[in-house]
Design a protein around this ligand. Structure first.
Ligand code: GLP
Length: 243
């Protein structure tokens, strides 16, 4: 596990974008596993800037996103589909037909997850998986207690996650209670993993995930067992780590 200490959010974003762009340059037809949440927005912004300068080409890139809320249509501003379009896909020359997210509008959870697993297998696996970290150590929407060997599945969000994500919705009651997410097994099968973390409110989660025991109670802790993980975190997020 490599840990890069960034000065602040902007520095973290630039360092993370550098790693993602290196992946695209080294393998133009790579498969990127992408994440939503507020943390990766700065990295996406930086990638768009480099694309606009002519330094990056997304034309052969395929993407598979980590998760999607169940029941939110694509045009809902809080859907992760909408988020990805706003922050990246509509701003670069990516072929939209090769950008995948779980379909939150499929009511039958088994069917939705089966289809997404099929897509992930059909693209041949993920070269670089980008991740954020939830306050309770969740990755994707894999909440504490989740079995490590799961693929895409439907989850009920924890109260803490609902509260954390409430800031994006009109009120708490508008936050969907369920989501489809790649499972830990899928995440762990990516060749490389890049985790971005910012802010003091994440310091406990960082300490528990990367310096504590590997346990399903802290889903991100499983990353300690992956052989190519890079963590880019700012000083505030690393403030409780023994470094
Ligand atoms: C959300 C997402 C995760 C994200 C995490 C942290 O619930 N499902 O993929 O990494 O929570 O989000 P943020 O970066 O906004 O703190």
């Amino acid at each position: 596990m490599r840990i890069y200490r960034a000065k602040d959010y902007n520095d973290m974003s630039r360092k993370a974008a550098n790693i993602i762009s290196a992946q695209i340059i080294m393998k133009p037809d790579c498969v990127l596993g992408l994440a939503t949440g507020s943390t990766p927005i700065g990295a996406y912004r930086q990638l768009v800037e480099w694309y606009n300068k002519g330094d990056l080409d997304f034309s052969e890139v395929t993407t598979v996103n980590l998760d999607e809320y169940k029941g939110l249509p694509k045009e809902n501003e809080q859907s992760y589909y909408y988020f990805m379009n706003e922050n990246l896909f509509s701003k670069v020359n990516i072929d939209k037909s090769r950008t995948y997210l779980p379909d939150g509008m499929i009511e039958d959870s088994d069917e939705a997850c089966r289809r997404y697993n099929e897509i992930i297998h059909s693209v041949g696996g993920v070269d670089l998986q980008l991740l954020g970290l939830g306050h309770n150590g969740h990755i994707g929407f894999n909440e504490p207690g989740i079995a490590f060997e799961t693929e895409t599945h439907c989850v009920s969000l924890s109260e803490r996650t609902i509260k954390a994500n409430m800031r994006f919705f009109v009120s708490e009651r508008h936050v969907p209670r369920q989501a489809y997410t790649m499972g830990i097994k899928t995440i762990m099968s990516a060749h490389k993993i890049l985790v971005v973390i910012s802010g003091e409110d994440k310091a406990d989660a960082v300490q528990q995930a990367f310096f504590g025991p590997v346990t399903p109670q802290v889903p991100g802790s499983i990353l300690q067992l992956h052989n190519d993980v890079t963590i880019v975190a700012d000083e505030a997020a690393l403030s409780k780590c023994p470094l």
